[in-house]
Design a protein around this ligand. Structure first.
Ligand SMILES: Cc1cc2nc3c(=O)[nH]c(=O)nc-3n(C[C@H](O)[C@H](O)[C@H](O)COP(=O)(O)OP(=O)(O)OC[C@H]3O[C@@H](n4cnc5c(N)ncnc54)[C@H](O)[C@@H]3O)c2cc1C
Length: 298
């Protein structure tokens, strides 16, 4: 039987104290949808599980200086249903609606998904395309880091033990943005994805001013396809078939070391990544326009 101590701190500070104590191995427990499976399987052996469930201060979605700020303990179900997210960062709501199953979404948290360091972390893909920033807190310390830097930071596992992700800050999509999100799996619910794509494009005078393309479930970690993005700059809309095919050819060179497992072969994942990006570039969606000021005040 796996044995560990279980604590339920009543404040963030108390949780950070336990996590920061180097005399034992403590791990944060959020929704438990990954950690408890790993504990049971012996993949991790924490001496203490620090349950974050009672920390309401980490559960919020609000406007904060042109960003939507999301507390790390916010569940995927809350993200899926939230009107601010649906209006201002719709690809995040779209991702949440296809995450796991309705049951999993009520437990799984945004912070837990990012911190899992999993090859498949669905929330990371739209958050990368949205250029999101993470707030980390440890006992007596706070720091911010771009999600893109966190993903490629090889020291992150070591730092992880003493720090909590406490907030994810997502820049609001401007009115001249177009977006797309799609995930492909072998079935609709609780499927391990074969590929996912999130795209954000901003337009100035009918030309592409900025392009962000993120892909998940293909390479060992979600990635920003910066070379494929560069192909789209200054191109006019609608995109020419030739430009799209060039963009896809460049993307293929960026999908290094594709995952090859019982869910899908490496070749199939790359093929599906390209297919999803092709679909994205033909079906970019406008940001819903509305009474933004009223919405922000609500
Ligand atoms: C049936 C099923 C379906 C699933 N479907 C999907 C899916 O569609 N897409 C997908 O991406 N994943 C899926 N998962 C995996 C899992 O549900 C997600 O990764 C989930 O978001 C993890 O969040 P959690 O709150 O449950 O984290 P936990 O399991 O509580 O924790 C996971 C890890 O993150 C750490 N952690 C948690 N919160 C924080 C924090 N705030 N700061 C720092 N570290 C923290 C924990 O210590 C642990 O190491 C599925 C799992 C199951 C069992």
């Amino acid at each position: 039987m796996v044995e560990f101590e279980y604590v339920t701190p009543s404040s963030l500070e108390a949780a950070l104290q336990v996590l920061g104590d180097a005399s034992h191995t403590a791990m944060a427990l959020a929704g438990g949808t990954r950690l408890l499976i790993d504990v049971r399987a012996g993949v991790v052996q924490p001496a203490i599980l620090v349950d974050l469930r009672h920390l309401d201060t980490l559960e919020y979605i609000r406007f904060d200086d042109h960003c939507v700020a999301i507390g790390a303990r916010t569940t995927l179900a809350q993200i899926e249903m939230n009107p601010l997210i649906q209006r201002y960062v719709p690809l995040l709501a779209e991702m949440a609606s296809s995450f796991g199953s309705p049951l999993i979404r009520t437990s799984a948290t945004l912070g837990g998904n990012i911190a899992s360091f999993a090859q498949v972390a669905d929330a990371v893909v739209p958050l990368l395309a949205l250029d999101s920033t993470l707030l980390f807190q440890s006992a007596g310390n706070r720091r911010r880091q771009q999600l893109s830097a966190f993903i490629t930071d090889h020291r992150r596992a070591a730092a992880h033990a003493h720090e909590l992700i406490t907030e994810v800050s997502v820049p609001v999509l401007p009115g001249n943005a177009l977006w797309f999100y799609a995930k492909l799996g072998n079935r609709k619910a609780n499927a391990i994805p074969i590929a996912s794509v999130a795209t954000v494009i901003t337009i100035q005078s009918q030309r592409i001013q900025e392009a962000r393309i993120a892909l998940g479930a293909i390479t060992p970690a979600p990635l920003r396809a910066t070379h494929a993005e560069a192909v789209l700059l200054n191109e006019s809309l609608p995109l020419r078939d030739q430009t799209i095919e060039h963009c896809l050819a460049v993307l293929a060179t960026e999908l290094q070391d594709p995952l090859d497992d019982m869910v899908a072969s490496a070749g199939y994942r790359v093929l599906m990544g390209k297919a999803l990006l092709r679909k994205a570039l033909y079906h970019l969606r406008p940001v819903e326009q509305g009474d933004n000021k009223k919405m922000r005040e609500e």
